[in-house]
Design a protein around this ligand. Structure first.
Ligand code: AMP
Length: 410
């Protein structure tokens, strides 16, 4: 399959070539044709599948073929949960529209609104936005949504998780009823289905498995360790293993800061990335991490979600997420594109119930070990007495069941 057969214009094909893509990803192959036919689309896809190009390319083609309106009102709106994701989508839109006369802009909170207001005045065809700032600027009459032809809800599940449901409803009320709707979500909870039912008309359902569905590529391990010794253990693993690029997940922003500070004190370059960090600090941290100047990026789930981080050899769950699906997103950061990756979880005795949920979702028993010198003193539910082994000890993984299977979570 090549991009030429998808019905995209020469200008778009030229931009795709410049990006260096040779073949469309599965989600692009499946989503682009129905979007070009002006169908509503419900897509099950997460970051890393090429979903952004999957909706951006056809959206650009539709807008470039449509009638140009003199004042350039916003004709396509892409709603997305986080600032980083919004900025990334805009980068994509700009790259793909290099040979097309369409203007695009991004608006998100946490930064001065004035430059955004000024930018909107000049006329914008495609607006990428986070819900809160969009409503703010609409209330200030800095923009109109009355001419929207295409609405994209990207990472819809995360928008709901972040409490944007009401904002989304308000935004929907500001849009013309006749429009094309595209909804992208990694998971399909009851809430997402309800949202989709309320927005989409006879949607075409497309689904793309993430690149890392194959199991063998991700080696998942659990190290049982007392909560208070986790930082010591992770520092040991990173230092002794000489790990160069590690993404570490913590459950809280505070925890992310503390851990990153401890790493730095121990001579490991690290930075924390979470919702309380300024936009500038987050961009700098991510940049440093990608360029290899920062060895460890400590992130919360929300901050990490949607970030375009290249394949990583190591992902560590400093704490397990209480939402099992977040575990799948987290470990999805490793072992991409055929490279092998390791996902390690440091699990204290109060987190055992999370493992059960994760194992159920994965349909797999996770292998657990104890690192010498880090034997937990606490009792783990189901284990009986505390383990006293001084060895890397494996605790009976179920045979032949080690592969990470992605299950439909609809
Ligand atoms: P996304 O899932 O949209 O965040 O995209 C993940 C990464 O894949 C981004 O770095 C894209 O630039 C890249 N990408 C998107 N489409 C393709 C393609 N057809 N071939 C190669 N890389 C792609």
């Amino acid at each position: 399959m090549s991009f030429n057969t998808l019905g995209l214009s020469i200008a778009l094909l030229k931009a795709i070539e410049k990006k260096g893509y040779t073949t469309p990803s599965p989600i692009q192959e499946k989503a682009i044709p129905p979007i070009l036919k002006r169908k509503d689309v419900l897509a099950s896809a997460q970051t890393g599948t090429g979903k952004t190009a999957g909706f951006t390319l056809p959206l650009l083609q539709i807008l470039s073929q449509g009638q140009k309106l003199r004042k350039r009102p916003v004709r396509a709106l892409v709603l997305t949960p986080t600032r980083e994701l919004a900025a990334q989508i805009l980068d994509n839109v700009r790259a793909y529209s290099e040979y097309i006369d369409l203007r695009s802009m991004v608006i998100f909170g946490g930064v001065n609104a004035n430059p955004q207001i000024r930018g909107l005045r000049g006329g914008v065809d495609i607006l990428v936005a986070t819900p809160g700032r969009l409503l703010d600027l609409h209330n200030q009459k800095a923009l109109s949504l009355a001419k929207i032809e295409i609405l994209v809800l990207d990472e819809a599940d995360r928008m709901l998780d972040m409490g944007f449901q009401r904002d989304i409803n308000k935004i929907l009320n500001l849009l013309p009823t006749k429009r094309q709707n595209l909804l992208f979500s990694a998971t399909f909870s009851k809430e997402i289905k309800k949202l989709a039912n309320g927005i989409l008309h006879n949607p075409v359902w497309v689904e793309a498995a993430p690149e890392n569905t194959t199991a063998e590529k991700i080696d998942q391990k659990i190290y049982k360790v007392d909560q208070k010794r986790k930082s010591e253990l992770i520092i040991k693993l990173i230092s002794e293993g000489n790990w160069k690029q590690v993404l570490v997940f913590t459950r809280t922003k505070h925890g992310a800061n503390r851990l990153s500070e401890k790493m730095v004190k121990n001579g490991i370059t690290a930075a924390a990335i979470h919702g309380n960090k300024s936009q500038g600090a987050r961009t700098k941290a991510l940049d440093g991490f990608k360029k290899g100047k920062i060895r460890v990026l400590v992130a919360t789930d929300i901050a990490a979600r949607g970030l375009d981080i290249p394949l990583l050899p190591h992902v560590v769950n400093f704490e397990l997420p209480n939402i099992s699906e977040d575990y799948v997103h987290r470990i999805g950061r490793t072992g991409r594109a055929g490279a092998s990756g390791e996902a390690i979880s440091l699990v204290s005795n109060d987190e055992v119930s999370y493992i059960k949920g994760i194992e159920k979702l994965l349909d797999e028993k996770l292998q657990s070990e104890i690192v010498e010198g880090f034997e937990p003193t606490a009792t783990y539910a189901g284990d009986g007495k505390p383990k006293t082994s001084t060895h890397h000890r494996k605790q009976k993984p179920k045979p032949n069941n080690r592969n990470y299977k992605r299950r439909s979570r609809r």
